[in-house]
Design a protein around this ligand. Structure first.
Ligand code: GMT
Length: 382
């Protein structure tokens, strides 16, 4: 795209997939010369704001003792409007509907008063629909703000279906799957740390998540317990979250403390991914499963549940296996099938990598750029 666009991107700053997708998208667009303005409560985890064409605007929420909860959506609408006007943003792309689509709608209305049209693109990421958004305390406002967005995208077909089932949506929902930068996973990189985790005869099983209930960490531990009874293996867990204590208790109950290592929050996940032989993701719900795609990019096959969009990413019998939620016996059986010999493991590794290449950013990002171009073209004149 030759014309330089000025784009606002709103996201959560944490290690969650929606923030990562937003950050990678923005950094790639900035590399192409577009001006990207990020809005978040702190610097997004993977954002390098030293790069050219990247601007970061911190959404500062003013604390006042009268409020039990601080009005984040109000602060976001305010700064979005100010920056959009000052830098003449062409559009704003919000990641995660709650409350970003709602805040962007109010910015749009405020700017309309000044004769400025600010197109709003909302990307639905998962729990903004399936867990939080559908809750009666939020539902009607979430539905309203999705319907008011100029464009709505969803990260999987499954999430699109869920959105249409849960809400009364009048907008077309465009599926733009999540993506991966395969260049960050070159085979020669980061081969060093396998021996830090296991001896050569052991298989390395990996789980990465925010350890929330929806991730079913207890199934990770139970599946690994069955695996390690059959073959020499180690389990590495990356991430921090509320369910860690449940995991710890189970590890102790199974008496497998010497085979499980928790690394906590890991900044450079690539090195750990490249050391792994198998990735476990038994989630209760997963609109896409970016963590599974990251594993595949590092040539790691995945055994996951068949929840939500996981079946669109992890192809059963090809890149790994998908199993019914909670069926740890089946997950262990399928894991052992992958890990049983090097030839089988390597075949799964190759197919996992091929799947990651299909989801490469080069194939996906033009879909967002097309939506941006259309949004700008349909903009009302100032
Ligand atoms: O998991 C969440 O609560 C939020 C969200 C996030 O911000 O990370 O995760 C969702 O978005 C990711 C990126 O699109 C998807 O890969 C995850 O599958 C999805 N999580 C769920 O649906 C549970």
């Amino acid at each position: 795209m030759s014309t330089i666009m000025k784009i606002g991107i709103v996201c959560y700053p944490t290690f969650g997939g929606s923030g990562i997708v937003a950050t990678e998208l923005g950094m790639d667009l900035a590399e192409q010369g577009h001006h990207i303005h990020f809005f978040s409560t702190s610097l997004p985890a993977r954002l390098d704001n030293k790069l050219p064409n990247i601007f970061f605007h911190r959404v500062a929420v003013e604390n006042y003792p009268l409020f039990q909860y601080q009005p984040y959506a109000l602060a976001l609408s305010t700064i979005l409007g100010e920056v959009a006007e000052r830098y003449q943003l062409d559009l704003v792309h919000v990641h995660y509907a709650i409350p970003h689509a709602y805040a962007a709608y109010f910015t749009k209305m405020m700017l309309r008063e000044k004769g400025i049209d600010l197109p709003v693109i909302t990307t639905l990421h998962g729990t903004d629909i399936t867990l939080v958004g559908k809750h009666p305390v939020y539902k009607s406002a979430v539905e309203f703000s999705i319907n008011q967005s100029d464009y709505v995208t969803s990260v999987s077909e499954s999430l699109k279906r869920d959105t249409l089932n849960i809400f009364d949506i009048k907008k077309d929902i465009i599926v733009v799957p999540n993506f991966i930068d395969n260049e960050q996973y070159l085979p020669e990189d980061n081969l060093c740390c396998r021996e830090n985790f296991a001896s050569p005869n052991e298989r390395i099983v990996l789980h990465v998540s925010n350890l929330r209930k929806v991730k079913r960490i207890e199934d990770v531990i139970a599946t690994f317990n069955l695996i390690q009874k059959e073959i020499p293996a180690r389990l590495i867990i990356c991430g921090e979250g509320p369910e860690w204590e449940v995991a710890e208790q189970l590890i102790e109950e199974f008496g497998i403390e010497d085979k499980v290592k928790s690394l906590g929050m890991v900044n450079d996940l690539h090195a750990v991914l490249r050391a792994a032989d198998l990735f476990l993701l038994p989630s209760e719900q997963e609109s896409f499963g970016l963590a599974a795609l990251e594993a595949m990019a590092a040539s790691v096959p995945v055994v996951s549940s068949d929840a939500g969009g996981l079946v669109e990413v992890n192809i059963d019998g090809v890149t790994g296996f998908t199993c019914p939620i909670g069926d740890v016996e089946m997950m262990a059986k399928k894991s052992l099938e992958i890990l049983k010999d090097d030839a089988t493991l390597n075949a799964f590794k190759e197919r996992a990598k091929a799947q990651a290449i299909a989801f490469d950013k080069k194939n996906i990002l033009p879909q967002y750029e097309k939506i941006y171009a259309e949004a700008i073209q349909n903009k009302l004149p100032s």
